[in-house]
Design a protein around this ligand. Sequence first.
Ligand code: HEM
Length: 455
Amino acid sequence: MRAGPIDYNEYSRFPTRRVRHIPGNSGAPIIGDSLRFLKDLPGLTRDKYLRYGPVFRVNAFFQDTIVLLGPDANEAILKDTNKCFSSALAWNTSLDKIFPNGLMLKDFEEHKYHRKILQVAFKRGAIERYVDAMSPQIANAIETWPTGQPLRFYDHVKNLLLEVAAAVFLGLDVTPEAGRLNRSFVDAVEATLALVRINLPGNRWSRGQRGRAYLEAFVHAHIAGKRDSADQDIFAQVCRARDDEGRYFSEQAIIDHVIFLLFAAHDTTTSTLCSIIFALASNPTWQQRLREEYRSFDTIHPDLGAISAMDDTALVFREALRMYPPLATIPRRCVRDTEVLGHRIPRNAGVGISPLFTHYMEEYWTAPTRFDPERFAPGRAEDKQHFFQYIPFGGGAHKCLGMHFAEVQSKLFLHHFLRHYEVSVEPGYAMARSVVPLSLPTDGLPVTLRKIEQI
Ligand code: HEM
């Protein structure tokens, strides 16, 4: 079915509450299940699933959401054959004031048009060049990390990824300007979590607005220069990208896309590297196995071909994303009455699927709480029973545009990091983490590094 453009003005900011026909309850008076949603989303989801089955409603933050669990539900919502589910309406609630008009905030034909143009920045040739730019930068940065004492891995990797993003996304070397850009970016991201969304002196929201304005001004000032340059960063690629008729993106579209790409890439990759390092610090055998893999390449700066051949690292990357998908849930808003798994979903209902729940379903995964990267190896291929059982990058039209870039960057980091260091955590340590809005360590992930003989 061909869907016409959505008139977003027809929709209220929040989804309809007319979902009482769906099994479930409204939780505590006024606050519903908000507290448990924040503190223990996996437990809340499991309890409701056991009580009501794979389709139920929850009420959190004054909104009703229909939760749909399992691979079939993931397929119905992500494949969205009849174009019933809007990504924009779902994500706008939290993102439209700070990261407006990004790819995830577009739907159907308009989304397809923009995505096709942006794809040029993620083609193999482009990623090859990002690898060349990133590799020395990562190698140099990690050299200075302290050894023999507890180190907050989260802080270090977040800073490193910001520096790499300044170079690879924006084409900047580490300069004072990069410092201001990083601060502005971090302020903008933090503002997406602000509960108070009005400007008050020094509050999170106003800092975020200022951050966004600085990023906009920076990107705007460089568009013309980038377009005429031979630069190979993502910003330059987006400036030079054209549609089938040879038209460039408008200046505002370039600004919105570049800033959104930074946003989509940053915390997700930080989250992934934290999960991987926690898993490897807790599983020294796998840590050593990856080191052996890098030894076999016999090069300090692997190219894309070598990175693609890092099979054991790929298994670890996949398993970490299974156990700790950065986006535990993926939201949508229904734009026409439909039915999923035998339940009527009314227009304007908020719906959510759960990568996290699906990744632990015992019907699909052997001993799902165990870190077992081999489950993805060709002989076992546990992930291949249902196309939508493993969805750390989502699926369908909005499947992550940066998934290959994220894998390449993570592998490159691990290559340099594990060639330099042995990483450990205290015996019995379990990483404390938030699950929403993103899976991130709440204790900074304390690890200890020990320098090893260069391999
Ligand atoms: C391991 C790291 C990453 C994870 C787990 C991840 C996960 C996701 C998920 C689940 C979605 C779909 C959201 C939805 O359907 O509502 C998504 C979309 C997206 N991601 Fe990623 N992401 C990662 C890294 C990146 C990177 C590095 C970039 C850019 C360089 C990026 C750019 C995007 C963009 C542009 C979209 C929107 C795609 C669209 O709407 O067509 N992501 N990502």
